[in-house]
Design a protein around this ligand. Structure first.
Ligand SMILES: O=C(NC/C=C/[C@H]1OC[C@H](O)[C@@H]1O)c1cc([N+](=O)[O-])cc(O)c1O
Ligand SMILES: [Mg+2]
Length: 214
């Protein structure tokens, strides 16, 4: 039977990356996506911006919305201080199954909790299920029409504190216009756009970094 693109991406990791070496996993996925098959990872160019924000925030608690194959999960987790935790939500069970193996190949299972299900269902349960108080950093990379409702939900559930950083992928392509309008016009956020390109292409895209002011 025909393999899926995520399965072929995992194969490229297992073939070309070194077990326990997150940077080699990132490099193997980028090579696969640039030279074999495009896939919707944040990619190397926007990935560098992601790395710089993670390093600047130095978060103890991170939430990622939209795991896909675990590329950004590995990038983020590889930069976390000891005892820091990353919870990543993925709705699609096939993607989740691949991501678990990519995260394991990178040797980052201890730092990552992958949760399968819908963000709208899980966000209200974060505190009781995972003992989370607030998130220092949230990376939004899931369905583009869920960025705004899920951000409002995180506010309502008290998951954001003064200084929490939201970093959103694809604010230009595919685009998240309602989210962008909200974080840029709300007095509760200070927002900054990092211009870049859609992963592995010359199409404009960018990341929006928004600091919650409490
Ligand atoms: O839809 C995107 N991401 C959300 C993914 C949604 C699907 O994967 C996770 C979720 O379970 C759903 O099945 C996306 C799309 C493009 N794109 O160019 O179409 C580029 C990107 O960086 C993206 O994150
Ligand atoms: Mg994306």
């Amino acid at each position: 039977t025909q393999s899926t693109r995520p399965q072929r991406l995992l194969g490229a990791v297992q073939k070309n990356a070194t077990r326990g070496d997150p940077r080699s996993v990132v490099r193997a996925i980028d090579h696969f996506c640039r030279h074999k098959e495009w896939a919707m990872n944040v990619g190397d160019e926007k990935g560098c911006i992601l790395d710089s924000v993670v390093s600047e925030v130095n978060p103890a608690a991170v939430l990622e919305l939209g795991t896909y194959c675990g590329y950004s999960t590995v990038r983020i987790a590889s930069l976390l201080p000891p005892h820091a935790k990353l919870i990543t939500l993925e709705f699609n069970p096939d993607f989740a199954a691949i991501a678990r193996q990519v995260i394991a190949w990178a040797g980052l299972e201890e730092k990552v909790q992958l949760v399968e299900g819908a963000s709208g269902d899980w966000i209200p349960k974060m505190k009781e299920q995972f003992g989370v108080k607030t998130f220092d950093l949230v990376f939004l990379d899931h369905w583009k029409d869920r960025y705004l409702p899920d951000t409002k939900l995180m506010e309502e559930c008290g998951l954001l504190r003064k200084g929490s950083v939201l970093l959103a992928d694809n604010v230009i392509c595919p685009g998240t216009p309602d989210y962008l309008e909200y974080v840029r016009s709300s007095p509760r956020y200070t927002s900054q756009y990092f211009k870049s390109h859609l992963e592995y292409t010359k199409v404009e895209d960018g990341l929006e970094k928004s600091v919650f002011l409490g």
